[in-house]
Structure formats: structure tokens, C-alpha cells
Write a protein that binds this ligand. Structure first.
Ligand code: ADP
Length: 460
């Protein structure tokens, strides 16, 4: 984006809007833009001083099937395959109603984004998928900042008010919402609205909640931004909402965490050809397996983590690597021996592993681990490595909604005027989320939430 995005001055915060959107990640921005396009007057309330949530950190892309982009790239895909592979990745525990709506509306979401100037016209692939359906910008840059900046352009163009430092502390109303309580530097304030869209993301940065649902994960660091503390889930529960799958937490396998900072190394790096080796220089897993399986394999190495190994060609196809390099996460060598020495890996074994891998690619047959996607020979120097180990990344559980994004009570009846979209919602991903499905979820259900709010206004 050419100009820095400036949120509105808190002094401009009014005490009534058509619809209040809580959170400024992919789901919040999408739903506010669509609400405005449908003739409503939304406001976006963001508790942090910056916008974009965890969406801004997303790397690989947005999954969608039967899109015009796939057609242009000669990729044959189907909604059915997308449904089945997501269900298989989630171990059959995905909410079928949400999954059906999700897979059937992904292509339309790509088209909507295109119209808004967010052009995801290149493709890559993530673990657990059989064809390239992860849409990304043609520059191959990480999707997160690109998407958020593109959506912010629309927020600005449509003059949608967006306030930072505006923390929603409660949703007002019981069976029917009437607004929210918000806390800002100017004090506490009640804001009225007939509808509220919760788009507050997950709770990967809330240590207490993680400890409550998954004490076994307490030793892990998190890739989440500090604002993702599950507020939306807790506030919805306070007014009777049902939650599901709260113990289903995704640990991402490839996270660089040797310094104080935690950097997720996007799945694109493997999708574009990187392999994983252990300290002995040996491959140990099908790198394109689902995230839970790759994480388990790394954990079995006994705490040493593992190394992503790739060549210049992979780097050319995954722009994010330039960033990883600029912050010192990447080691390089003019040949594999030099790389192994700098990385602290056994050089002879690494040479053998890459040799064997290149033969597997040429034969299109990975006898050792059965990898079928991201098949590229590694033969263009320099060679690179990134040391990685798993970290808490995504919370699959959250508030229960139907496919109309209505938040449901324990008896299954909707809370009138309350909608939710994005990571705050539980159920879509079952017990393991496929890379590229979270951005897709924010856009697909962000659009849906706004459309439902419009219908709700019509029905009143
Ligand atoms: P999603 O991917 O589902 O859109 P994100 O993590 O990208 O979720 O964005 C969620 C946003 O919601 C974050 O920017 C987070 O800081 C914000 N948020 C979380 N809780 C609150 C709250 N109580 N009030 C306002 N904003 C919140």
C-alpha cells in the first residue's frame, strides 16, 4: 500500500452503528467491507494499536477450488476433492455444514477479492492437498500483509470507521444483541447496534486458556500476535454461546525460534520443494504430510528440531525466504558440504539425502516417505537451511455457528443479531487445519456474516 493506514481518532467514536465488527483481521475487514457494499454502516473496533491481527502474519495463501485462476494455470480441481481432503486432514472431525459451505463458496471469494484489487493469481500447494489450490499473489510474497493492505485500501475508500486501541469487553443483550461495551484511552463506553460480528481470532496467545484446555502444550512458544487471547469466545460464552473443539490446538511444525522472536516458516517453502532433515542429515518424514503428522515426526527426534534444506530455485519461487534471510534465519553454502558445516549437520549424510531426493523427484517416486507433491530437484547453488521446531499456531476450536455464521446457544438456537467469522469459530477444521484454509475461512465467512446481517436488517 502506498500510504500508511491511519485509524480513526477515538474522539470520533459514535454511540450507535448498524453493525459492530470486533477485530481487524481478515474476517473483520472482509465483513465490514461487504457490509458497507450492502448498504450498511459498519464500524471496526480493534483493541491493539495496529491492525491486521494474525492474518497479517499469514504466509502461504488462500485455498480455493474450481477457480478461474486454476483454470488459467491448467489445474484440474473440484469442490468435492477440496471437501474430502480437508475432511481427511481434519481426521473426519470437521463440522460438515461449515465445510460444505466453505468449499462451495471458495471460488466466489477469490473472485470477490479480485474485484477488490486483491489479486491472488498464482498458485502453490500445502500439506495434505493433492493439487495446487493455495492462491497467492504473483509476486509469491506472503499473503498476510498483501491481503490486509489490500482490504485496508477498501476500508479507506469506503470510509469505514476503524478504531485501534478499542477493546470490546462485553457484548450487550442476551437472546438478542443490542451492542457492546468498549474500553479505550477515553474510558468505557456503550455502543449500540442491532448486529455484532465477532472476528476476534483465536486464543493462541492466551497462556491461561491454553493451560486450561491443553496443559501438555505449556512448553511451546506461540506464533500468535499478543492480541489473540480468545476474548470473542469468552464474551460470547458470557451470553450463552456454545463452544466446540476447544482442546484442538494446532502446533505448526516449522517455526524458527532460536532467538527471542518466533518466526513461522511458511509451508510454501516445502510446497516449492524444500526437504526436512534431522541433525544426522537424514530425511525422516513426508514433508507434505498434514501439520500434525510432520510435527509428531519432528518431536520424535528428541528435541533437537530439524532443518529445512533447499536451493536457490526454491528461494526464487518463495519470496518469503528473502525476508527470513534478511532477519538472519537462513544459513547458506555454495555447496551442500559448506551448508552442512555451517548448520551443524552431518555433511556426508546430507549429500546422500539430497542425492536420493533428487533421484526420487526424477523418478516421480519417493520410495522412502511417499511424498507426492512439491517435487522439485535441489541442484541450483547456493544451498540453504533453516533450523525449525514446532510451536503453537492456531486454535481450531471456538464459538459454534451454523453456516449462516449465526452464533448458537447450547440448545442450538441462534442468538439474534450475533454473528462470528474466522478463527474465533470452532468446527470447520476438525482436529487439524490444512495450511491455506484459515485465510479462506476469514474471507468466505466474513462475506457470509455481512450478507446475513443485511438479511437480518431486512427481516426486522
Ligand atoms: P481472523 O484471522 O479470524 O480474522 P485475526 O487474528 O487476523 O483473526 O484478527 C483478530 C483481531 O481481533 C486481532 O487484531 C485482535 O487484536 C483483535 N481482537 C481480539 N480481541 C479483541 C477485543 N476484545 N476487542 C477488539 N479487538 C480484538
Amino acid at each position: 500500500m502506498s500510504q500508511r493506514f491511519e485509524p480513526n481518532d477515538l474522539a470520533e467514536l459514535k454511540d450507535m452503528y448498524d453493525v459492530i465488527v470486533i477485530g481487524s483481521g481478515g474476517a473483520g475487514l472482509t465483513s465490514a467491507i461487504q457490509a458497507s457494499e450492502l448498504g450498511l454502516k459498519p464500524v471496526i473496533l480493534e483493541k491493539m494499536s495496529t491492525v491486521g491481527g494474525d492474518t497479517k502474519r499469514a504466509s502461504s495463501g488462500m485455498n480455493a477450488a474450481e477457480t478461474f485462476v486454476q483454470t488459467e494455470h491448467g489445474i484440474e480441481d473440484s469442490v468435492g476433492k477440496f471437501y474430502y481432503e480437508t475432511l481427511r486432514g481434519g481426521h473426519g472431525q470437521n463440522d460438515p455444514e461449515l465445510l460444505k459451505y466453505f468449499t462451495e463458496h471458495s471460488s466466489r471469494a477469490i473472485e470477490w477479492l479480485y474485484k477488490e484489487g486483491v489479486q491472488l493469481d498464482d498458485l502453490t500447494i500445502t500439506g495434505g492437498m493433492s493439487v495446487p489450490r493455495t492462491h497467492r499473489p504473483h509476486t509469491t510474497e506472503p499473503i498476510g500483509a498483501y491481503l490486509v493492505n489490500g482490504l485496508l485500501e477498501q476500508v479507506r475508500a469506503k470510509q469505514i470507521p476503524l478504531f485501534c486501541g478499542a477493546k470490546v469487553t462485553a457484548i450487550n443483550g442476551q437472546d438478542k444483541v443490542s451492542g457492546v461495551q468498549v474500553q479505550t484511552a477515553n474510558g468505557n463506553q456503550a455502543i449500540q447496534s442491532k448486529a455484532v460480528i465477532i472476528a476476534t481470532g483465536g486464543f493462541g496467545a492466551n497462556k491461561a486458556l491454553l493451560a486450561q484446555y491443553r496443559p501438555d502444550l505449556s512448553k511451546y512458544k506461540t506464533t500468535n500476535q499478543p492480541g489473540n487471547t480468545g476474548d470473542g469466545i469468552l464474551m460470547a460464552e458470557d451470553i450463552g454461546a456454545q463452544v466446540v473443539d476447544m482442546d484442538q490446538i494446532q502446533v505448526h511444525p516449522t517455526v524458527q525460534q532460536d532467538t527471542d522472536h518466533v518466526y513461522l516458516i511458511g509451508e510454501t517453502v516445502r510446497g516449492e520443494g524444500a526437504i526436512l532433515v534431522d541433525q544426522d542429515g537424514k530425511r525422516f518424514v513426508n514433508e507434505m504430510e498434514t501439520r500434525d503428522k510432520v510435527t509428531n515426526a519432528i518431536n520424535k527426534l528428541g528435541g533437537t528440531g530439524a532443518y529445512l534444506i533447499f536451493d536457490q530455485s526454491v528461494r526464487d519461487r518463495a519470496k518469503a525466504i528473502d525476508f527470513y534471510n534478511s532477519v538472519g534465519l537462513v544459513k547458506s553454502g555454495s555447496d551442500l558440504g559448506e551448508l552442512a558445516e555451517k548448520s551443524g549437520i552431518d555433511g556426508e549424510m546430507l549429500n546422500q539425502a539430497v542425492d536420493k531426493w533428487n533421484r526420487s523427484v526424477s523418478d516421480r517416486l519417493d520410495m522412502a516417505f511417499g511424498r507426492k507433491t512439491g517435487l522439485h530437484v535441489l541442484d541450483k547453488p547456493p544451498y540453504y537451511s533453516i533450523h525449525i521446531s514446532p510451536a503453537v499456531h492456531y486454535t481450531m476450536g471456538g464459538v459454534k455457528t451454523n453456516d449462516q455464521t449465526q452464533v448458537l446457544k447450547s440448545g442450538g438456537e441462534p442468538i439474534q443479531g450475533l454473528y462470528a467469522a474466522g478463527e474465533v469459530v470452532g468446527g470447520l477444521h476438525g482436529s487439524n487445519r490444512i495450511g491455506g484454509n484459515s485465510i479462506a475461512e476469514t474471507v468466505i465467512f466474513g462475506l457470509r456474516a455481512a450478507q446475513q446481517v443485511r438479511d437480518y436488517f431486512f427481516d426486522m
